[in-house]
Design a protein around this ligand. Structure first.
Ligand SMILES: [Fe+2]
Ligand SMILES: [Fe+2]
Length: 307
């Protein structure tokens, strides 16, 4: 049986400002960036085309690795909740927050709590405090482990932070999950590697995280944040762990690093390990916005170095 998982990220849903008083904090800078730059890049027409393509692909599950909104306005969280509901139901969609989803502190019942059903361990669980991550959701052969790197940070920073508690919980979760039973897939917004170009944007606790991965391994780590496709790796106990980033889901071709892409992973368990085939779906703008296959690559993940 093959399980198909779609990964998109950095939705940056276009929005309208209805209450200027809410800009009297860090949001003002984010709004000016949106007004003069980002609104020309992140287009609702692109997201509409992506939703149509995703529905034609019919994945078994979809994941979104954060930056669903822009400056954490209460209206943005409500609008995003409607957009998520339109995209898929809570059983078939899992998300983690990004730095733009925690741009400033917002009460959970007006903010991230509205997206809680996509971040529950099981239906009915309550996850309203961003320090309660990670969650684990089991779907078919996969175990989705959702981490939060999102926390309010000072102006002009877009850094991420996992924190000791979350890393300890991850260590415990990976102690209990067997790679022969589940294809273990981590979701996180910030990539777990350093970059000189992006120091103010990077994850602050990369080393404690990679130490846990080196100890237990996982089958895939999916992230967003950089708005470009990327493929890196972390050395795990049974070989390298692929770390895969994807472009912004809403990015048009206009003056941005990379046009919209999303990835579809076909995951099959074989006697010696997991076979994961990745299809890249990329935005094409002629004659109108639509998506096309832009590449295909296989990852073979053995259960152990001996097999
Ligand atoms: Fe982003
Ligand atoms: Fe981000």
């Amino acid at each position: 049986m093959t399980f198909r998982l779609a990964h998109l990220s950095d939705v940056h849903l276009p929005f309208q400002l209805t209450n200027p008083w809410l800009l009297l904090n860090k949001r003002l800078i984010g709004f000016l960036s949106w007004r003069f730059k980002r609104r020309h890049i992140h287009l609702s027409q692109v997201l509409d085309a992506l939703a149509i393509d995703l529905k034609s692909i019919k994945p078994d599950h979809t994941v979104i690795t954060g930056d669903i909104v822009n400056i954490s306005l209460p209206t943005e969280y409500r609008q995003a909740a409607l957009w998520l509901k339109e995209l898929s139901d809570t059983e078939h969609l899992s998300i983690v927050p990004g730095n733009h989803d925690a741009y400033v502190n917002v009460r959970p019942d007006r903010g991230l709590g509205l997206w809680q059903p996509y971040m529950n361990n099981e239906p009915g669980d309550t996850l309203v405090n961003i320090m309660d991550f990670p969650y684990v959701r089991y779907r078919g052969p996969i175990a989705i482990i959702g981490l939060s790197t999102a926390c309010p940070v000072p102006l002009f920073s877009a850094a991420g932070y996992l924190g000791d508690k979350q890393i300890q919980k991850l260590d415990h979760i990976l102690t209990t999950l067997n790679k022969r039973d589940h294809c273990r897939i981590i979701l996180m917004h910030h990539p777990p590697f350093a970059s000189d170009r992006h120091r103010r944007k990077q994850l602050r606790d990369i080393n404690p995280f990679t130490n846990v991965i080196s100890k237990h391994g996982v089958e895939l780590i999916l992230h967003g944040h950089l708005h470009i496709p990327s493929l890196r790796s972390i050395e795990g106990p049974d070989g390298v762990v692929a770390v895969i980033g994807v472009s912004s889901a809403s990015a048009s071709h206009h003056n941005h690093k990379s046009p919209s892409r999303y990835h579809v992973y076909s995951i099959a368990k074989q006697p010696s390990g997991w076979l994961i085939t990745t299809e890249i779906r990329e935005l094409d703008h002629t004659p109108s916005f639509h998506y096309k296959k832009a590449g295909l690559f296989d990852l073979t993940i053995p259960f152990s170095r001996d097999t």
